[in-house]
Structures are given as structure tokens and as C-alpha cells.
Ligand binder design. Structure first.
Ligand SMILES: Nc1ncnc2c1ncn2[C@@H]1O[C@H](COP(=O)(O)OP(=O)(O)OP(=O)(O)O)[C@@H](O)[C@H]1O
Ligand SMILES: [Mg+2]
Length: 315
């Protein structure tokens, strides 16, 4: 069983325009609307592959109602979203003829101490009902004054629960400094560079930093590098993951799908090699879809066989 937590879902509006000129009136057609949220995307991915998933989180206001209705129509997973004050955020993307992408993303409703505790209680209650300890994925940003929110969650879960995180910035830094570590983290190469406060240009450079003190205590680290695949550390083992070139349609959310694939494989008890292949194949399958955070079982099964996984010596 997999529980995903999304504290800042969004209502995504994607506008297609011929041109987008700053400071001028830009007319466009009606937007394509979609539900956004890293935990929702990861959960959907794992559920499509066959996992039993409950997506947990918070929703607010009119946008929250829209998201709730849209999620209800999805056949894949159970959802449990608490109503909170404010308005779930809008995320607006403008795509012009030359594929220049401009984004405006709101902060989202505030996650108060009370809300944060209610979500934690809900996760704990659902987790306790399971015969086998669930995998818990904490995904995405939260609009909170508490820079230790996810760290506080980890401390409450304890060290025997497999917690996966797909977070960045201060929340990730604090989680990594915490005494209770997540089992798995998935920064992309930019988030990894940001975390270590250095520049990291390619996979070779990722590898040189894989034993950095900040990530040393984490059992499973996957640094995803877009179309270049990824570099992984699993306990004392290191892997270079190479992926074939594909004709992508929309790679947004590929990282979320990767987390979903990893969660699925861990829940199934697959080997590390198989788990890594699932992660890559899900990221790629998502990139082959217009929809964000969506994969097909068939594409994942096919692409999994095309991942070249090489164990590398590194100390
Ligand atoms: N252009 C691409 N072509 C093929 N595979 C891709 C591409 N982009 C991403 N992927 C696959 O998805 C995985 C995760 O992608 P990426 O590193 O871009 O994550 P991310 O930046 O966290 O994405 P997001 O935050 O939008 O979900 C990659 O390791 C790779 O397997
Ligand atoms: Mg990401």
C-alpha cells in the first residue's frame, strides 16, 4: 500500500498563444485545465501500475472543489483531501508558437500548524489500518512558515517506515539534517546542486558528490537528470542509469512519475535494479503523454527493457 501526501495541489491552466509579449495584450484560446500536485501524480503513476494507493492532502476554495471533482472521476486511486481555508493555487502556463513556456505559480493556501497536524493524523490513521507497513511519499512544496514541517513528519513516523520525499529547498535541507532520515530522496540535478550549494553540470559531477555528508545517511538517493537518465546510490552501491532517446510530448511531471514508479517497485519488494528501471521507465512514459503525471502500463513494460543500468565503483 502506498500513501502519498500533497500539501499544495494546483489547478493548472495551460494557454496556447501565437505570441506572448510582455506588457501587451495577449489574446489566446480557452485554457486546457488539469489537476496538478506531485503526490497526486506519483500516486496516479503507482496506481496505474497496479498498486493500492491513497492520495492524501488538502484542498481549499473554489479551485479545491474543482480539483476534488476531477479527482473523483479518476478510477485509479482512493483520495482523502481535507478541506482547509483559503484557495488552492492556480498555476498558469503560457505556451507560445515557438514553445517558449512562461509560468505563473501561486503560493497556495497556508498550511497552519493545525492543518499540518490533521494531515499527519490522517496519514497515521490510514497507515495503522494496513496489515503491512505502507510506503509513504511526501511530495512537493507547502506554503508554511514552518521550514521543518516535513522533518517534523519524519520524526513522527519513526525510522522503520519507508518514507520517500520529493521536496526541495529549505524543507529538504532540514529533512536531511534530521535525526530521522527519509528512506529515499529524488532531487533533480538542479535541486541537487542547490542542496549542496555548488554547481553540478552532468552525471559525472553528480557522482562525485554522491557521498556528500548531507546525503550520506540516506539509504536510497536518485538524482534525476531529465533526458540523460539518472545517477543512483543504494546503500554503498552506485548506479549510472542511461535511457534511450525518445520523441517526447510533454516531460513535465516526469520526476513525479519516477517517484511513483519507485514507490510501486518498493511496495512490490522488487530488487534495486528492477526498482531503478521502473523509476526511469515511468519518467519516460510520462514524457510520452500530453497529460502530466500519467503513464501507461504498456509503455512502462516496454521502456523498462531499454534502460541500461551500470553499477559503478565509487568511493
Ligand atoms: N526529455 C526526456 N526524455 C526521456 N526521458 C525523460 C525526459 N525527461 C525526463 N525523463 C525521465 O524522467 C526522469 C525524471 O525526469 P527529471 O529529471 O526531468 O525530473 P524532474 O525535474 O523532477 O521533473 P518534474 O519536477 O517536472 O516532475 C528522468 O530520469 C528520465 O528517466
Ligand atoms: Mg521534480
Amino acid at each position: 500500500m502506498i500513501l502519498t501526501v500533497t500539501l499544495n495541489p494546483s489547478l493548472d491552466s495551460i494557454y496556447f498563444t501565437d505570441t506572448f509579449i510582455l506588457g501587451e495584450m495577449n489574446r489566446c484560446g480557452n485554457p486546457v485545465k488539469a489537476v496538478g500536485g506531485k503526490g497526486i501524480n506519483a500516486g496516479r503513476t503507482a496506481a496505474i501500475l497496479g498498486a493500492d494507493v491513497t492520495a492524501i492532502g488538502v484542498l481549499a476554495g473554489i479551485n479545491g472543489d474543482f480539483i476534488r471533482k476531477a479527482l473523483k472521476k479518476e478510477p485509479f486511486f482512493a483520495t482523502h483531501f481535507l478541506p482547509i481555508a483559503g484557495e488552492s493555487r492556480n498555476a498558469v502556463t503560457v505556451m507560445d508558437r515557438e514553445n517558449n513556456q512562461t509560468e505563473i505559480v501561486e503560493l497556495g493556501p497556508e498550511i497552519t500548524k493545525n492543518t499540518s497536524q490533521q494531515v499527519l493524523d490522517l496519514v497515521m490513521t490510514l497507515a495503522k489500518k494496513q496489515k503491512k507497513e505502507p510506503i509513504i511519499a511526501l511530495c512537493g512544496s507547502a506554503n508554511t512558515e514552518n521550514e521543518h514541517l516535513y522533518e517534523n513528519y519524519l520524526q513522527q513516523f519513526g525510522s522503520t517506515t519507508k518514507i520517500l520525499t520529493d521536496i526541495s529547498g529549505k524543507q529538504l535541507q532540514n529533512v536531511l539534517k534530521s535525526s530521522t532520515k527519509p528512506y529515499f530522496i529524488k532531487p533533480n540535478i538542479h535541486e541537487f546542486a542547490d542542496l549542496l550549494n555548488t554547481t553540478v553540470k552532468n552525471k559525472q559531477e553528480v557522482l562525485t558528490h554522491m557521498n556528500h555528508p548531507l546525503v550520506k545517511g540516506i539509504p536510497f538517493v536518485l538524482v534525476s537528470c531529465g533526458s540523460d537518465g539518472a545517477v543512483a546510490k543504494y546503500h554503498e552501491r552506485f548506479f549510472d542509469l542511461c535511457i534511450p532517446k525518445i520523441e517526447t510530448i510533454n516531460p513535465t511531471g516526469s520526476g513525479d512519475a519516477t517517484v511513483g514508479g519507485i514507490a510501486f517497485a518498493l511496495d512490490q519488494g522488487f530488487s534495486i535494479e528492477e526498482t531503478l528501471k521502473y523509476g526511469m521507465a515511468c519518467g519516460m512514459s510520462n514524457a510520452l503523454e500530453q497529460a502530466v503525471g500519467y503513464v501507461t502500463k504498456e509503455n512502462v513494460a516496454r521502456l523498462k527493457n531499454e534502460i541500461i543500468l551500470q553499477e559503478i565503483q565509487h568511493d
